[in-house]
Write a protein that binds this ligand. Structure first.
Ligand code: FAD
Length: 317
């Protein structure tokens, strides 16, 4: 079932979460054992992230470096199928522009269609770690909206190969990203929301937000979206802070602010264990307030660790 159908059928706020595919060379058992306890809260769908290629440099021993391209977390489509098969739950692969040609994207979407996976989260992807700005594949897409339009066309039976006659239309439900604290490249919140509106007008069925720690930012974001005529479901993304390092790493990586009240509490912590307790409690309070606000679904970023999410979900669902 599609994400939007799950939301429409739900009698109350539903629980969902995002996982990362295992690092290359690791097996799927650890991932399964992380997911297993979270199934208690009956997530109607689980998101699986996509990771673009990275450059690694090998010392050739003669003063020269050899540049190699590698994908450290391959297998998003396979993982989606494996989770669906193992837990009988819908999976939502993230599909990114970065590093993919239109044809490669089309082939991945064909695989997903064959597997009965009918929702995708459509994203641009970030720049390659060693590059200052996002560079699209020469035969790929520059923005999420361009990738979205490819999926919209496939849903009408129009594939990249224009010679193809009577191609079967796919039937993907399409999610896109939204940023309660603005995407870092957007010149203003207004222009970022204008882009989001374009994505929805182009066919996006729902929005999932970047993580945030101040609910007021989400409430303001939703209010502005509604005023601008963005009427699709907006799913808040949440993550509990679990280590001292994340206090600086999360704002730097995701371009967000931590509220003073949270920072004051975190600054008193001496160990990661103490931080984790504060982070979980903060996320529980955020979740309760978001449910009261009437949010259709709470979406948690597990980042490979299910224990904090389990403790939050046990309090909420
Ligand atoms: P876009 O919507 O293309 O926007 C990118 C920037 O360009 C924005 O500043 C926007 O305002 C601007 N823009 C967009 N369209 C246009 C246009 N036509 N003209 C001019 N400006 C434009 N990354 C991954 O690599 N893998 C993942 O699995 C992944 N999952 C994510 C899940 C969620 C819920 C979120 C919120 C983010 C995720 N990301 C993931 C990160 C995401 O790829 C980055 O935030 C990326 O920098 C932007 O992606 P986007 O889809 O929002 O891009």
């Amino acid at each position: 079932m599609k994400v939007t159908e799950h939301i429409a059928n739900a009698k109350k706020t539903v629980f969902s979460f995002e996982i990362l595919p295992p690092l290359k060379g690791q097996n799927i058992k650890t991932l399964f054992s992380n997911i297993e306890p979270l199934m208690e809260f009956k997530p109607p769908f689980i998101d699986v992230t996509y990771h673009r290629e990275e450059y690694v440099y090998r010392d050739k021993g003669n003063g020269l470096l050899e540049k190699r391209t590698t994908r450290k977390r391959p297998g998003t489509v396979g993982i989606c199928a494996a989770i669906k098969n193992r837990f009988d739950v819908d999976t939502v692969p993230h599909i990114i522009c970065g590093g993919f040609s239109k044809e490669e994207t089309e082939n991945a979407l064909i695989d997903l269609d064959f597997l009965g996976i009918d929702s995708v989260l459509i994203l641009r992807g970030d720049p390659i770690k060693s590059e200052a700005k996002f560079i699209p594949d020469p035969n790929g897409h520059a923005y999420a909206i361009d990738l979205l339009e490819q999926v919209v066309q496939m849903n009408k039976g129009r594939y990249v190969d224009e010679e193809l006659k009577d191609a079967t239309p796919t039937n993907f439900c399409m999610g896109v990203a939204g940023y309660p604290e603005k995407h870092f490249e957007a010149p203003s919140m207004k222009s970022d929301i204008k882009i989001l509106k374009k994505k929805v007008e182009a066919g996006a069925d729902y929005v999932v937000t970047q993580m945030f720690f101040d609910n007021q930012k989400f409430f303001d974001f939703v209010e502005t979206c509604r005023k601008e005529g963005i009427n699709v479901p907006i799913i808040p993304g949440l993550k509990p802070i679990t280590s001292l390092k994340q206090m600086t790493a999360l704002p730097r990586t995701f371009y967000l602010d931590l509220p003073d009240e949270l920072v004051d509490q975190l600054e008193k912590c001496k160990t990661n264990e103490e931080v984790k307790e504060i982070g979980i409690e903060w996320c529980i309070q955020q979740s309760k307030e978001l449910i009261n606000f009437g949010t259709p679904c709470l979406h948690y970023y597990s980042m490979g660790k299910s224990d904090p999410i389990y403790r939050i979900a046990k309090n909420i669902f």
